[in-house]
Design a protein around this ligand. Structure first.
Ligand code: UDP
Length: 323
């Protein structure tokens, strides 16, 4: 019994692969390395460099490794890029995911843990956001994941597929061996740390006129190792026959961009210059999770909820691994 992890060479995927293996699970990774890093997956893990949309390859992997379930991370995940290149997002995140699911079903693999996102909610009507909140994404990234959620629902009804769609808030932090390394880097915490390390002259603050306490966007930062843990719990839930469902993953605590920068100054002891800039397209002002369902259904509780701990883990990884 083996778990296929797509996007296992990426940030959250590689952390989850590590945790699965630590639990004694058999794992196979499929990743096209367009955004991930081969070095993020241990050499001993069977690794296929290829596309999730390559049906023949997916069927072959499923047969060869007796795949029982799939944790599907592989996706593009830059809000800003999705605004300028929506076609790539709908193709990669939605159309190719449908191909992946078709191939998995053809191979009789019906348990799916899916990386969804709080970006499917859009501008919140009320905060914290629970899973019943309306979904009206403000950017193509959010829509690309929203449509995939609808595909999963339809496949559940028609083809007996079972899924847990995990709607992450803002993944952050690092484990001792795995951290966040995007090329190009657009995420806030890595950029703040790049500025702390002197690799950027300053960090841009995108928008200081939002309707929030200090005018900058508020996000719920969740430690990547807590996210990895939730995926394993979701897998166990499906194995026990759990029904398809949507679950938020967040800490329930929001921090503004300025608060993140201030905390990073404290953690790193560096000045960290910043520059106020116009809003970046597609950013909702405030995204904070109500994660009660994750606790109730999966028994999940974040182990590293504190922003300072999250940023410290990212800084340790950054100083040890960045060139
Ligand atoms: N942000 C910023 N400067 C940066 C990167 C991000 O001000 O260099 C802001 C961004 O506009 C958003 C928040 O920080 O309001 C979190 O952005 P990130 O890209 O990390 O995650 P997202 O919420 O877009 O998934």
């Amino acid at each position: 019994m083996t778990v296929l992890v797509t996007g296992g060479a990426g940030y959250i995927g590689s952390v989850t692969v590590e945790r699965l293996r630590a639990k004694g699970e058999q794992v196979v990774v499929l990743d096209n390395l367009s955004r991930g890093h081969r070095s993020a997956v241990d050499e001993s893990v069977p690794f296929y460099e290829g596309s999730i949309g390559d049906s023949a390859l997916v069927r072959e992997i499923a047969k060869r490794h007796n795949i029982e379930a799939c944790i599907h991370f592989a996706a593009f995940a830059y809000v800003g890029e999705s605004v300028t290149e929506p076609a790539a997002y709908f193709e990669n995140n939605t159309a190719q995911t449908a191909r992946l699911l078709d191939a998995l079903i053809a191979a009789d693999v019906r348990n799916i843990v899916f990386s969804s996102t709080c970006a499917t909610y859009g501008e919140p009507q009320n905060v914290p956001i629970d899973e019943t909140h309306s979904q009206k994404p403000t950017n193509p990234y959010g829509w690309s994941k929203f449509f995939t959620e609808r595909i999963l629902e339809a496949y559940d009804k028609a083809y007996n597929l079972r899924f847990v769609a995990l709607r992450y808030f803002n993944a952050a932090g690092a484990t001792e061996t795995r951290g966040e390394l995007h090329e190009p880097e657009t995420h806030l915490i890595p950029n703040v740390l790049n500025a702390a390390a002197g690799k950027l002259p300053f960090v841009s603050v995108f928008g200081s006129d939002y309707p929030t306490s200090d005018g900058t966007c508020i996000r719920d930062y969740i430690h990547v190792s807590d996210l990895g843990d939730a995926h394993i719990r979701a897998l166990e839930y499906l194995r026990k026959g759990g029904e398809s469902t949507f679950i938020n993953l967040g800490n329930g605590q929001g921090y503004s961009v300025l608060e993140v920068i201030e905390t990073a100054r404290k953690v790193t002891g560096k000045q960290i210059e910043m520059r106020l800039e116009p809003q970046r397209g597609g950013d909702p002002s405030k995204l904070v999770a109500n994660a009660a369902k994750a606790s109730k259904i999966l028994g999940w509780q974040p182990q590293h909820p504190d922003l300072e701990t999250i940023i410290r883990s990212a800084w340790q990884w950054h100083t040890a691994n960045s060139k």
